[in-house]
Design a protein around this ligand. Structure first.
Ligand code: MN
Length: 159
């Protein structure tokens, strides 16, 4: 039973098996196919015209990854389950449950799950936001010139 206020807002959605919630649709990560990404689902947990932000839950399947992108809006990320690595700017960091990751404006970022476990995280984002920019071949080459970033980008099975 999902309770709804007179304004039509749902006030309580119970957790379902695994990382799912009542009346929350599991969607593919992105509607358009511009970006290189693999095995990611997206659930919008909170989105309301009175909120300036949205809270989403992303789950990256084992060995999967989000698109490598940058944009003017920020991300505030809380890792909920699993393990993986993130690239933020030029920093590659290992990730574990309850870690926090801040993605500043115009910073290249990508999240990758380890081979054996899904990586699930909450991501807070501006409701009104600009479209992500993908790296040009030259920008990708520049990123790959850093051995640590090259290893991050080319090793989906790293642990
Ligand atoms: Mn992003």
């Amino acid at each position: 039973m999902v309770e709804t206020t007179s304004s039509g807002r749902t006030i309580h959605r119970r957790r379902q098996d695994g990382f799912g919630w009542e009346k929350v649709e599991k969607r593919p990560y992105k509607e358009d196919d511009r970006a290189l990404f693999r095995a990611v689902t997206r659930q919008v947990l909170f989105a309301d015209e009175k909120l300036a932000s949205e809270l989403r839950y992303f789950e990256v399947a084992p060995g999967g990854f989000t698109s490598l992108e940058r944009h003017d809006h920020m991300h505030a990320v809380l890792i909920l389950r699993g393990r993986g690595h993130c690239l933020v700017g030029r920093e590659v960091r290992p990730l574990a449950a309850n870690d926090l990751v801040t993605v500043p404006p115009w910073t290249w970022h990508q999240f990758r799950a380890t081979a054996g476990e899904p990586l699930g995280f909450l991501c807070m984002v501006n409701a009104d936001r600009d479209r992500p920019q993908l790296p040009s071949p030259a920008e990708l080459d520049e990123l790959r010139s850093d051995p640590q970033i090259a290893a991050f980008l080319t090793e989906p099975t790293r642990t």
